[in-house]
Design a protein around this ligand. Structure first.
Ligand code: HEM
Length: 473
């Protein structure tokens, strides 16, 4: 680990042959703890990013502002690994997150712990294996082709459209195709999407007031519209599931694999309710995160034509001008590095909150029972000790020749340890395909790039909708 302070305002790297140089995309510069708290309260938009004090980006472990239950940010990579691997079962997922997601996904893989989680993970892993993703690739291509037709219509009329919404539609459509062999155009899938949008907008995962005043494990009732949205999503996913159960084994998709999977030979299958829980996770985790990441990739690239020129040159070289096929994906190095660098600066899952379910210590730092233990990819990925030029967008930092610049364990957009994202391969292949295809085909521009500001909601999103336009490239 490098202990030397890094130089945030180091001179920018020089422009490359295509005339592109790394730059600093939008973020809210952090303030000291008290002004940060006042700013977050005054804004009242529940954005936890603006609550993060400047000190959080320098320390290895320490308190996050003021809170009755104690909130501790953990940044040092070996401590991060320990908390997330949780060998003694002391740090389950935080009560706030579990309570918020429970009505939607029950005690499913994203929030469960111990033996329940182990059984679920054994079943979900094969359903999202590389082999399965390879089989899902044509469905990803079909989703992309549909989106291209829609963007063609926007291009023809020059109409602006919401980038955030377009990316949510696209990734939800791909999840519907790969998990359920249906499209977002079907009424059932569309109902799930609409109800999910309502859930995302209203769920009280973290209210700053509650973070400060509530004791650990205080349950706040969810609002009626949130519960209604959850009931709708579960009912519609149940319908999609029943289509599969009624048809026997005739589907070749991820839902079918989860239905048939057993954690051990002769073991019991998931019940119908458990299946709805797990498929709900795949819908939630599988589209919202990718939509967040792609919104940032597209917003960044739309302002960087010289980088897009490099990207297009790579796509032409790798594919020889033909269609982008599965075997091309791993050779699209720059495209993938743009995705990776975007995940560094705008990790979709901004925080990985855990709760200390007993008093304990981390490398001598004492944690009281009920403390909220925050591993924060957002903070870790911009930490002054672990990154050179932390706020600068520079996809080439992931090139093999610069690998030594990256501190092991300081880059965790998919988490780390046994709970690492089960869909990381799916997400990376999907994103690489979509970025390569949609930038090869269209020029993207933004209506008001200067207004973009990130906020932490269910995932990391722009505060306001980003309006964009496309033209044929
Ligand atoms: C860019 C896209 C994605 C990002 C950044 C992402 C990130 C993450 C992270 C950080 C976790 C760990 C959470 C924690 O430890 O608290 C996680 C878990 C998970 N993700 Fe993803 N994810 C993405 C896409 C996907 C996709 C496409 C799927 C499925 C199709 C998926 C399925 C899951 C599942 C099932 C878990 C729970 C794993 C467990 O607890 O054992 N994710 N994801």
């Amino acid at each position: 680990m490098t202990d030397a302070p890094t130089i945030e305002d180091a001179p920018a790297r020089r422009a490359d042959a295509a005339g592109w140089a790394p730059f600093i995309p939008p973020y809210t510069p952090p303030w000291p703890a008290l002004p940060s708290l006042v700013r977050a309260m005054l804004r009242g938009d529940g954005d936890l990013l603006s609550l993060l004090p400047r000190e959080a980006y320098h320390m290895k472990i320490g308190p996050l502002g003021y809170s009755r239950r104690s909130i501790v940010v953990v940044n040092e990579p070996s401590m991060v690994r320990h908390v997330l691997a949780d060998p003694e079962g002391i740090f389950p997922k935080s009560d706030l997150m579990v309570h918020a997601l429970e009505p939607l996904i029950g005690d499913s893989i994203f929030v469960s712990s111990g033996a329940t989680w182990r059984r679920q993970r054994k079943v979900i892993d094969p359903a999202l294996s590389m082999m399965r993703v390879n089989r899902a690739f044509p469905a990803m291509e079909a989703g992309c082709a549909d989106a291209e037709s829609e963007y063609d219509r926007h291009a023809e009329h020059g109409t602006p459209f919401s980038l955030d919404l377009a990316m949510s539609h696209l990734t939800a459509d791909i999840i519907c195709r790969t998990v359920f062999t249906t499209t977002l155009h079907s009424k059932t899938a569309h109902d799930v999407f609409d109800a999910f949008t309502e859930f995302e907008r209203r769920v009280a995962q973290v209210e700053i007031r509650r973070l400060i005043w509530d004791k650990a494990w205080t349950r706040a009732p969810q609002k009626a519209p949130v519960l209604e949205a959850c009931a709708t999503i579960r009912a519609r996913i149940g319908e999609l599931l029943d289509t599969h159960l009624d048809a026997g084994a005739s589907f070749d998709d991820i839902a079918q694999q989860v239905i048939e999977a057993r954690d051990d030979v002769g073991a019991k299958a998931f019940t119908r309710e458990e299946l709805i829980d797990q498929l709900g996770v795949l819908f939630l985790a599988g589209h919202e995160t990718s939509a967040s990441a792609l919104t940032w990739v597209f917003a960044i690239l739309a302002t960087q034509p010289a980088l897009v020129a490099r990207l297009r040159a790579e796509v032409e070289e790798v594919t020889g001008g033909g269609p982008i096929e599965f075997h091309h994906i791993k050779r699209l190095t720059l495209t993938r590095n743009i995705f990776r660098e975007t995940l560094r600066l705008y990790p979709p899952i901004t925080f990985l909150p855990r709760v200390a379910n007993e008093a304990t210590a981390l490398n001598g730092y004492r944690l009281k029972k009920g403390a909220l233990v925050m591993v924060a990819p957002w903070v870790l990925h911009r930490h002054r000790l672990y990154w050179k030029d932390p706020n600068r967008f520079d996809p080439d930092r992931f090139l093999p020749e610069r690998e030594q610049e990256i501190t092991s364990g300081a880059y965790i957009p998919f988490g780390i340890g046994p709970r690492i994202c089960a869909g990381a391969a799916f997400a990376t292949i999907e994103a690489t395909l979509l970025i390569a295809r949609l930038f090869r085909r269209f020029d993207w521009t933004l209506d008001a790039p200067e207004r973009i500001r990130p906020a932490a909601r269910l995932t990391t999103r722009p505060v306001e909708q980003v309006m964009c336009r496309v033209r044929p490239a």
